[in-house]
Design a binder for this molecule. Structure first.
Ligand code: CMC
Length: 431
């Protein structure tokens, strides 16, 4: 019996089989159960993949208990402090921090792919005028494959690279076109003399008649939001991208699938919920009522933006973004606005109150990003869109990693069948 194995015994008949333990460089070991069915006739039951590693990956590492998040081995704190979204994108996609030359080539390529086919603008204009920007995003990003079919051979590394650059470059253009269409605003085209983040904010807020300058503090806060949301391991939308691309589907369709998954309230909608909560509390005098409700065992009310399923120590992203949030609020002179007053007071209570301390219910990244977006005047229906833009590089990097993984297979989970068996058909007049 080898040491690096696990033996599974079927206690019903004493049958045994050995399975390899696969060791990661860091984190939990995994049992290689690929031959479980052929050796013992079992499948594993794991709804939501809570204990299942669906792939080997070198991109992102999370230790929720220790509050650690690393991209390609680099701590998120260092990247947030010293890097920018373009450099982080290069790191996630290619596995290395770029040299000067690599960085310039990368930025140049992204900058030169920001425009979209004019037919795509017409496509966006065809959506109903009250369409949610996420609904437009799902459709339009999927439709990119109809506009850029010169780069759809997923077995060709150059095609893959071109598709990846196009997706990253065009995402802010599509997102802001969707927003402007949904609000009856004229389209604003990207500018090659702006950086990635500045360009997004320019396309969001400027007018053909008037440039709206964006403050450095606001650009930096948004840059941090993008860096902190760039990747987060095998979450629902990333797994959706991997699963849909496992069949060989084109990257545009697969990223559209990722956007659809992210749209769900349990995934990308938390910062919107924070703003709705602040709006509902409305009056700072009401805060203690809501906090009491959140602490009451018989009331299922929860404070939005507090606690995290994985980060049980602290959310490292929240620690980073909190400072940028405070700087932005100071610059925006939000002191006497009740929503921000309520947010500050809730934060203070959560950091000082025994109930929240005991349960590790720290303000999470969504709490602060929601407040940052509110302070910048970004409408709520754009919150998840911003998340989708920032996460696009994570999705493409994970997709790209999967495309060059010799062990990758078409995703095909098994099931534990609990339905009827072997019924005889009954004609409709006899039922
Ligand atoms: N307000 C008040 N009490 C809470 C909260 C909250 N936001 N979150 C958890 N608790 C309590 C909960 O009642 C329980 O108390 P007790 O031990 O007395 O029964 C204890 O804390 C543990 O809660 P849990 O539900 O077992 O924790 P979980 O890990 O299953 O849930 C969570 C994590 C994020 C779903 C939850 O904290 C929550 O609903 N938070 C509010 C929604 C939110 O902000 N979601 C965004 C999360 S970040 C998303 C991302 O990174 O993509």
């Amino acid at each position: 019996m080898s040491k690096n194995t696990v033996t599974i015994t079927d206690n019903r008949n004493g049958e045994q089989a050995e399975f390899d333990i696969l060791d990661p460089v860091i984190g939990n070991s995994t049992i290689d159960v690929r031959q479980l069915a052929s050796k013992l006739g079992f499948f594993t039951y794991d709804p939501g993949f809570q204990a299942t590693a669906s792939c080997k990956s070198k991109i992102t590492y999370i230790d929720g208990d220790a509050g650690i998040l690393r991209y390609r081995g680099y701590p998120i704190e260092q990247l947030a402090q010293h890097s920018n979204y373009m450099e982080v994108s290069h790191l996630l996609m290619y596995g290395e921090l770029p040299t000067n030359e690599e960085y310039n080539n990368f930025v140049n390529s992204i900058t030169n792919h920001t425009l979209v086919h004019e037919g795509l603008v017409q496509f966006i204009n065809g959506f109903h005028n009250d369409a949610h920007p996420m609904a437009i995003m799902v459709g339009v990003v999927g439709a990119l494959s109809a506009f850029y079919h010169d780069s759809l051979d997923i077995t060709n590394p150059e095609h893959r690279d071109l598709s990846a650059h196009r997706l990253l470059a065009k995402m802010p253009t599509i997102a802001t076109l969707s927003y402007r269409h949904a609000n009856g605003l004229p389209p604003i085209y990207p500018r090659n003399d702006f950086g990635y983040i500045e360009n997004f904010l320019h396309m969001m807020f400027s007018f053909p008649t008037e440039e709206r300058p964006i403050s450095k503090v606001a650009i930096r806060a948004m840059e941090l939001v993008f860096i902190l949301h760039a990747d987060h391991e095998q979450n629902a939308s990333t797994s959706t991208v991997r699963l849909s691309s496992s069949s060989g589907a084109n990257p545009y369709a697969c990223i559209a699938a990722g956007i659809a998954s992210l749209w769900g309230p349990a995934h990308g909608g938390a910062n919107e919920a924070v703003i709705r909560m602040l709006d509902e509390i409305h009056d700072p005098a009401q805060i203690s009522n809501y906090v009491s409700r959140a602490k009451d065992k018989n009331d299922n009310y929860r404070l939005m933006g507090f606690g995290h399923r994985i980060y049980k120590n602290h959310d490292p992203r929240a620690t980073i973004i909190r400072k940028a949030c405070n700087e932005l609020l100071e610059e925006m002179d939000t002191i006497n606005q009740p929503m921000f007053e309520i947010a500050k007071e809730l934060e203070r209570i959560a950091l000082e109150d025994e109930y929240f301390i005991e349960r590790n219910l720290y303000p999470n990244v969504d709490f602060y990003s929601g407040i940052i977006f509110l302070a910048m005047g970004i409408p709520m229906n754009m919150f998840t869109v911003i998340f989708a833009m920032a996460r696009t590089i994570g999705w493409i990097s994970q997709w790209s990693e999967m495309m060059s993984d010799a062990e990758a297979k078409i995703g095909r989970p098994r099931q534990l069948y609990k339905g009827a068996i072997d019924l005889d058909y009954v004609p409709i007049d006899k039922r």
